[in-house]
Ligand binder design. Structure first.
Ligand code: VAH
Length: 314
């Protein structure tokens, strides 16, 4: 039985759907501190505050949970507006889940991020093991979280697995508070026939991935035999790299009138502290990771699905 914490978020929503397809709806509980979103209609849902360890234990016992996907966190941009609260939620939430996993022998998935890399990390083809001095609270909490995951694996044998996600792009769910959110917003603006004001500069190349690839890779990691895994902090994980200008040109192929302007804000400094590309050779070797989507194929798929969803067939 699977418990998803943070189900209303961009990744949570898509993982709930994939987990229900894989295990059956009756074996998946979607939870969040927020109210159930329309995207979660039809799935088992209950409210849960991961900072309340008594409620967490009760849910695990009552529903005979055997694995947890702990996705609840405050993302990079929002975290900088409330540093201490973001640290508390991101760290205590993870520790509560790791403690529960030790107690109830649970298998755990927990997302890390390219945000664990900082301004003095080699930015091109960033290696699995390298200098990591993140300067965002979100990145600091993800780096500390990775070390806690490795600690609970080595000291207590907790089978916790993690991926350093790049920016995730999808059409089914909206991101909240991230620095890569522009690459989701751009599609909705183009579809609405509005012009788009991008909060990053046109040349800001960042590691990105289409959501179906992220879901495929996450389930592949969780299905891999434990003895195959050589990383118990978090795996580098790569899809593609593009700049705002490159994704704009790709979207414009589908919406010739679409216009963009670039007005970098405080998120530019966060983006500049992150790598521009990631070396995920270890993930490829340990659990046969390989992405299916590039920028062109992703854009085509998102535009087709958004038009269908808004029944705007040409
Ligand atoms: C963020 N979308 O922007 C998240 C992610 C790599 C970016 O961690 O904070």
């Amino acid at each position: 039985r699977t418990l998803v914490i943070g189900s209303c978020g961009q990744l949570g929503t898509e993982l709930v759907e994939a987990l229900c397809q894989k295990f059956g709806k009756e074996n998946v509980w979607a939870t969040d501190i927020a109210e159930k979103t329309p995207a979660l209609e039809g799935y088992q849902f209950m409210k849960l505050d991961v900072l309340d360890e008594k409620s967490l234990s009760k849910v695990i016992k009552d529903h005979e949970i055997t694995q947890v996907y702990h996705l609840a966190a405050i993302l990079s941009a929002k975290g900088e507006t409330m540093p201490l609260r973001a640290w508390d939620i991101n760290m205590q939430g993870l520790l509560n889940v790791l403690e529960a996993a030790k107690l109830f022998h649970l298998k755990v998935f927990w997302p890390s991020s390219i945000a664990v890399f900082g301004p003095n990390t080699p930015q091109d083809n960033t290696p699995q093991d390298t200098v990591m001095q993140p300067n965002t609270v979100y990145g600091m909490s993800k780096l500390a979280g990775e070390l806690w995951c490795q600690y609970y694996f080595e000291k207590y044998g907790v089978d916790v697995r993690s991926i350093r996600y790049p920016g995730l792009i999808g059409w089914k769910s909206l991101p909240g508070g991230g620095t890569t959110d522009y690459a989701v917003e751009i599609f909705h603006k183009a579809l609405a026939g509005e012009y788009f004001e991008c909060f990053l500069s046109e040349q800001t190349g960042l590691p990105m991935m289409y959501m179906p690839d992220a879901v495929k890779g996450t389930l592949a990691l969780m299905d891999a035999p434990a003895e195959q895994l050589t990383v118990r902090t978090s795996y580098n994980f790569a899809g593609m790299t593009f700049t705002p200008e490159e994704i704009y040109k790709e979207v414009k192929k589908h919406f010739p009138q679409f216009e963009i302007s670039y007005k970098p804000d405080f998120r530019q400094a966060i983006a500049d502290s992150w790598p521009s590309s990631i070396d995920d050779a270890v993930a490829q070797k340990d659990w046969n990771w390989t992405p299916d989507y590039d920028l062109g194929k992703m854009t085509e798929d998102i535009v087709t699905n958004l038009k269908k969803k808004h029944s705007l067939i040409d």
